[in-house]
Design a protein around this ligand. Structure first.
Ligand SMILES: CC(C)(COP(=O)(O)OP(=O)(O)OC[C@H]1O[C@@H](n2cnc3c(N)ncnc32)[C@H](O)[C@@H]1OP(=O)(O)O)[C@@H](O)C(=O)NCCC(=O)NCCS
Length: 426
């Protein structure tokens, strides 16, 4: 039996029946609700707070219950037992790989880790203090010119090849951007190492023959990549889908996603958390800081989420991963401030009534800092982790017959037709 919704238009007294599917009505069904001669009814939803833009089988979130699943697998189990490449495969293909599939996938990724030398020259062209996220975004967009074949987005094998390239090249790009800022020579990929170990080697290797990452640090970074791998229709996934809906190549669509992630309200939040913790400086300054937040002077960065109205499940896992990292690196002194901030905020009526809990960014910055990343690199790390998610969203979009070019409506509030006024009359 089809579920329906009856709507009465009190302007005309007419009743309409629209179908309910999966808890949604189609906005286009509202068009028929019109006062004679006027355009039909539309929905107004700035920030898409209650509008589904697609049907998706990739990531499930129950924000009230604090549940996050990739293709049905709870994030906790994936963080505990899988590798980032397994998770990437899962997101892209819908199933976890068997041994042969994983071996092939690992081989394919490893095969594509190198960048064209001209991309290296391109990165060298940035100013010494260029933000690594700006470099990463630009370099990803530039890759579209190296792979003109990527424009053939109708071919599934071609899409797969570009997805493999993007996941494989991200650590290399991120590491080059990092070394550029440090004035250090770029380190080429070492294809004998795992995905994460190779990334750490490209970041930190100096004159040693082989870079040996501490497995505890490497695992912590792997977990962080897994936790960031997808998060359904967030701002950057929406950007990838929106730009991708024009039929552009994946490098250009993904570059748009990187741009979205760069913003402080999205991926830039962990950088903002760290700056905030530094500014607070001491536990004794927390009460005054909290008063400022409650007075609306600023936000408690790393708190609150559009979807989670409960403890972000990723924040819990990160908090545990932090312990492993601090075992190796020693405790980050800012941790004390973060723990105390969390304690106070979780008891304070302002935060409780608004259901503001720590999100993924609250603790990730502390780990990244302990791993010796400067704050500008944090969002790049997020982008490396998020790449499989963006690609899975883009792949899903490519196969979705219902999708059209993204083109929202507007409610026009400006002036209507008026005559041009010559400059001396204005
Ligand atoms: C993530 C975020 C953008 C979600 O925003 P949103 O869903 O649009 O929620 P709103 O901005 O409508 O916030 C709802 C209420 O909570 C308050 N609020 C939300 N996040 C807050 C925060 N971090 N600190 C203080 N107050 C906050 C808002 O001021 C608002 O209060 P009001 O109802 O009195 O006006 C927002 O919580 C935020 O800016 N957090 C800090 C940045 C951050 O950590 N981002 C990373 C996300 S993974």
């Amino acid at each position: 039996m089809t579920e329906t919704l009856t709507i009465r238009d009190n302007r005309t007294g007419r009743d309409y029946e629209v179908a309910i599917t999966d808890g949604t009505i189609r906005a286009a069904d509202l068009k028929q609700i019109a006062v004679d001669g006027e355009p039909g009814l539309a929905t107004y939803d700035p920030g898409f707070v209650n509008t589904a833009s697609c049907r998706s089988a990739i990531t499930y979130i129950d924000g009230d219950a604090g549940i996050l699943e990739y293709r049905g697998y709870p994030i906790e189990q994936l963080a505990e037992s899988s590798t980032f490449l397994e998770v990437a495969y899962l997101l892209l293909n819908g199933e976890l790989p068997n041994s042969a599939q994983l071996e092939q996938w690992t081989h394919d990724i490893t095969f594509h880790t190198f960048l064209h030398e001209n991309i290296k020259t391109f990165i060298e062209g940035f100013r010494y203090d260029a933000h690594p996220m700006g470099m990463t975004m630009a370099a990803i967009a530039a890759l579209s010119t190296f792979y003109p074949d990527a424009r053939d987005i109708g071919d599934p094998d071609n899409r797969k090849l570009q997805a493999t390239r993007l996941i494989a090249k991200m650590p290399t790009l991120g590491a080059f951007a990092f070394r550029h800022g440090q004035g250090k020579p770029y380190v080429y990929p070492d294809n004998e190492l795992s995905y994460v170990d190779n990334f750490l080697a490209m970041l930190f290797k100096m004159s040693e023959r082989k870079y040996d990452a501490d497995p505890r640090l490497s695992r912590a970074l792997e977990i962080l990549f897994i936790l960031h791998a997808d998060h359904e229709q967030n701002c950057s996934a929406n950007a990838v889908r929106s730009v991708g809906s024009s039929g552009v190549d994946p490098y250009s669509a993904i570059a748009a996603g990187v741009g979205a992630l760069y913003g402080p309200l999205h991926g830039g939040a962990n950088e903002a958390v760290l700056r905030m913790l530094r500014r607070i400086g001491d536990v004794s300054n927390i009460p005054e800081f909290i008063e400022g937040v409650k007075a609306g002077n600023e936000r408690l960065m790393g708190f609150g989420h559009r979807v989670y109205k409960n403890y972000d499940p990723r924040a819990k896992i990160i908090k545990q991963a932090a312990d492993g990292v601090f075992e190796v690196t020693g405790v980050n002194p800012l941790l004390k401030i973060a723990l105390e901030l969390e304690k106070i905020a979780l008891e304070d009526e302002y935060f409780v009534s608004r259901k503001l809990y720590p999100n993924v960014d609250f603790y990730s910055g502390l780990i990244y800092e302990a791993l010796q990343f400067p704050p500008e690199m944090f969002t790049v790390l997020f982008a490396i982790g998020r790449m499989p998610g963006w690609l899975a969203q883009w792949e899903e979009l490519s196969g979705d017959k219902e999708q059209k070019i993204a083109r929202p409506k507007q409610v026009y509030t400006g002036a209507r037709t008026r005559d041009f006024v010559p400059i001396d009359k204005r």
